[in-house]
Design a binder for this molecule. Structure first.
Ligand code: GMT
Length: 376
């Protein structure tokens, strides 16, 4: 199949999922065309089946906001015609499903029928999409998609609760490429660069937005380091980072917390880790938690959204109510103190991650593409 993938090219989970999906589809022999405003961060173009087409938005002073949707839908029309694309797959409803629908309509005018699959990722529904200023357009474009998928059952339920959806939403969970799989025991990574022998390493990776509850992470670590020699690795960039650094200074733990910035080498960092923290306010899936588990790192997370579908309480880690820093701290301390249990949880985390193997999940998308094409 010739598949056009529209996504955000940044470090966010939706862009990562879209990129990894496209790369796996290319390995499976499909011709993949990424269409977005810059090259996706995890995209390597050294694959004959992978193409990248940049959406240019010319600056014009009259516009207070440059019309990206217009440029994207025009680019989609051109690329569909030029490469004879079979199916459009848009990741993140805003504004991609809207632009995709406009492209469909323009192409229909020329007698070209292109099916569109929309994948909902989370904040496009739970935080941004249901804002009254966006809701009618988001609702409309979801209903106009030929197939709609969501990355968890929880997100499907949220979408049906918050919007007036006429489509059946297909749940296709996020996935992980398990070739990266390595346990802390035999990983070749240089743990000693980060911590001494007697220290445990705790990690958090995100875009440091409010929804990630970065303060909770610092508070949990503050409690842990009082009882266990430890280091905290904070990976990513975002609005809450400065505040987190200030908190570490105020609590006097700055020497134990390392801020890394964005990284493309997540598994290189995770191979150092003994525990991953994700206390988010909401999380449709929690791809970062899955990436940690695939490296054999247990997860202490909140129980919101789709997290219970990924992190199994008392098995691959522990779940708590949002904001229950005391319980999250207790769970972290007891797990890190009990070396035997920690070892077992690391193995459990890896075993749970294997349920989300890319090889099992990507065929579900192929099935959905066929369904979308057949519906035309
Ligand atoms: O987590 C974020 O804020 C980024 C966001 C995105 O759109 O890139 O992530 C969402 O999609 C990911 C991939 O499907 C999910 O794993 C994240 O849980 C989801 N984030 C939220 O729901 C907050």
């Amino acid at each position: 199949m010739k598949i056009a993938i529209v996504c955000y090219p940044t470090f966010g989970g939706s862009g990562v999922v879209a990129t990894e999906l496209g790369l796996e589809l290319a390995r499976r022999g499909h011709e993949i065309h990424f269409i977005t405003y810059s090259q996706p961060v995890r995209l390597a173009l050294l694959n004959p089946n992978v193409h990248y087409h940049e959406v240019h938005v010319p600056e014009y002073p009259l516009f207070h906001y440059q019309p990206y949707e217009l440029a994207l839908s025009s680019k989609l029309v051109d690329m569909v015609k030029l490469y004879k694309i079979d199916v459009l797959h848009v990741h993140y409803a805003i504004p991609h499903a809207y632009a995709g629908y406009m492209a469909k309509q323009m192409l229909a005018d020329e007698g070209i029928c292109i099916p569109m699959v929309t994948t909902l990722h989370g904040t496009d529904i739970t935080l941004v999409g249901n804002h009254p200023f966006y809701k009618p357009a988001v609702n409309f474009s979801i209903n106009k998609s030929d197939v709609v998928t969501s990355v968890s059952q929880s997100l499907k339920d949220d979408t049906n609760r918050l919007f007036d959806i006429t489509n059946d939403i297909v749940v296709i969970p996020n996935f992980i490429e398990l070739y990266k799989e390595k346990s802390n025991e035999n990983s070749p990574c240089q743990r000693s660069l980060i911590a001494s022998e007697d220290e445990v390493i705790i990690t958090h990776i995100s875009n440091f937005r409010k929804v990630k509850r970065i303060d909770d992470i610092i508070r949990i670590f503050y409690e842990v380091q009082k009882e266990i020699p430890s280091k905290l690795m904070m990976v990513g960039e975002g609005p809450e980072k400065e505040n987190a650094e200030r908190m570490c200074d105020e609590l006097g733990i700055q020497s134990k917390v390392i801020f890394f910035g964005n990284s493309n080498e997540i598994d290189e960092i995770l191979c150092f880790s003994d525990l991953f923290l994700l206390p988010s306010e909401t999380e449709s899936f929690g791809l970062a938690a899955l990436e940690a588990m695939a490296c054999g790192v247990p997860v202490i997370s909140s129980n919101s959204g789709g997290l219970p579908e990924v992190n199994k309480d008392g098995f691959s880690g522990y779940l708590s109510d949002v904001g229950d820093v005391a319980k999250m701290s207790r769970d972290a301390i007891s797990l890190l103190k009990d070396k035997e249990q920690l070892k077992q949880f690391k193995a459990n985390a890896l075993a749970t991650a294997k349920l989300f193997d890319i090889k099992e999940i990507v065929p579900m998308y192929e099935q959905v593409y066929n369904q979308a094409i057949d519906s035309k």
